[in-house]
Ligand binder design. Structure first.
Ligand SMILES: [Zn+2]
Ligand SMILES: [Zn+2]
Length: 138
């Protein structure tokens, strides 16, 4: 069993070709991917429903996370943690480049804890920083 297969197994997902291929594609990308990106890349191999279902199973089993974006197009990126359920421990800052349009996970940057008013219970937090990325500034 190779590493990608182990990764799927660890997240309690059955090993299928589409899951292996999509997971590998995520691993080879440093930036977040949308459903349309995957559809474009895999159009000859898998239909859009299959891709959609694969993304959903990855999301539910904690392999990838959704990144909120004001464009209305959901983007997804691999999770770094090993836990199967989503946890707030992994919450990190995202960066969107206004020049090239890429969204990256800044895993090293945690979302700072905010003190909410009394009786507010936070469940999740998102922080998307916009600007120009290192490549565009090089
Ligand atoms: Zn850029
Ligand atoms: Zn992320």
């Amino acid at each position: 069993m190779n590493k990608i297969e182990q990764h799927l197994k660890h997240h309690k997902l059955r090993i299928t070709q589409v899951r292996l291929d999509i997971l590998r594609y995520f691993q080879n990308h440093k930036t977040a991917l949308s459903h349309a990106d995957l559809e474009q890349h895999f159009s000859k191999h898998f239909d859009r429903v299959t891709i959609y279902r694969t993304l959903t199973s990855f999301l539910e089993n904690g392999l990838i996370h959704k990144i909120p974006d004001d464009s209305g197009i959901a983007k997804y990126a691999l999770c770094r943690h090993d836990s199967i359920a989503h946890s707030t421990v992994d919450e990190h800052v995202h960066f969107k480049c206004k020049n090239c349009g890429k969204i990256e996970c800044l895993h090293a940057l945690e979302i700072p804890k905010l003190h909410l008013p009394k009786k507010y219970k936070p469940e999740s937090a998102n922080l998307l920083i916009e600007g120009t990325c290192a490549l565009c500034n090089a």
